[in-house]
Design a protein around this ligand. Sequence first.
Ligand SMILES: O=C(O)CCC(=O)C(=O)O
Ligand SMILES: [Fe+2]
Length: 303
Amino acid sequence: MNNFPTDASVAEVTEAVKRDGYAIVEKLIDAGQIARLKGELEPHVAVTATGTEDFWGYETKRFGALIRKSEMAREMLVHPTVLGVADDILLKFCARYWVNYTGIMHLGPGEKAQLLHRDTNLWPIRNPAPPLTLATMWAVSDFTAQNGATALVPGSHLWEDERTPEPHEIMPAVMPAGSVLIYTGNVVHGGGANQSNRPRFGVALHYVLGWLRQEETQLLTMSMDEARALPEQVQRLMGYSLGADSLGFVDHTDPFEYLNGKQGDRPGTLGGADLAEAEKRVQRLRVVATEAGDRSRFTVEPE
Ligand SMILES: O=C(O)CCC(=O)C(=O)O
Ligand SMILES: [Fe+2]
């Protein structure tokens, strides 16, 4: 298993993620930080109903908008180890990436195993393909084989869509509370079955290439006044930024400037030198085939 210690370097974690599609960094937040996180989230958990569909789980509580709801989640979102790995994995394929999804995955006792899937199935691109997203699953409780630790298939980020895993290829991401599982969105995975008598509590923070639409529309999770109070790094990550040169502007202005007081200044600025530099590094994808009738329709050159 790719379990790394708290002080693991970005380079070694990235290497594991590239090779196997995932890595775990143990105890990246400490007991005090877990307590803060729980204190911010538990009141919401208490009033959230369990799911009503197979995929979301009948014993699982989910809610999003964690950037608004939790200061600790905001800190986790910009953890240097995680963002270092995200830079290495995602910035080959985009000039900027941003938050895709934030949410809790709180599996109650008796929850069944979730259908194994790729998070990247949201977009009609056949695997193998570049990692469109990088996911983190933070263990708020311990993650054990018994309580529904995320099940994942090492190496499956390189598989064809059609290949399904054999039981022996599926592995539970066992980790103590405070740890983070980092995996690319094209790794086959799913929530495990909770056969314990306590909830399995995870916080998922996902990142996506800046030229794709976010799974969770971050900008509508709070008012602009609330967004202005956030650290600049969080504002940019949630989407107050250009995804590429002139991609995502508002009133011909960079959304970051627009948020922070440049409304009405004409002409607003777009792009800029660092974005242009970042654009030069981006690998162009070649669509080599298309097909109709299935969710996976574009075949692009794999990484
Ligand atoms: O709960 C988990 O461990 C993973 C859930 C998941 O992969 C999902 O809902 O997309
Ligand atoms: Fe998933």
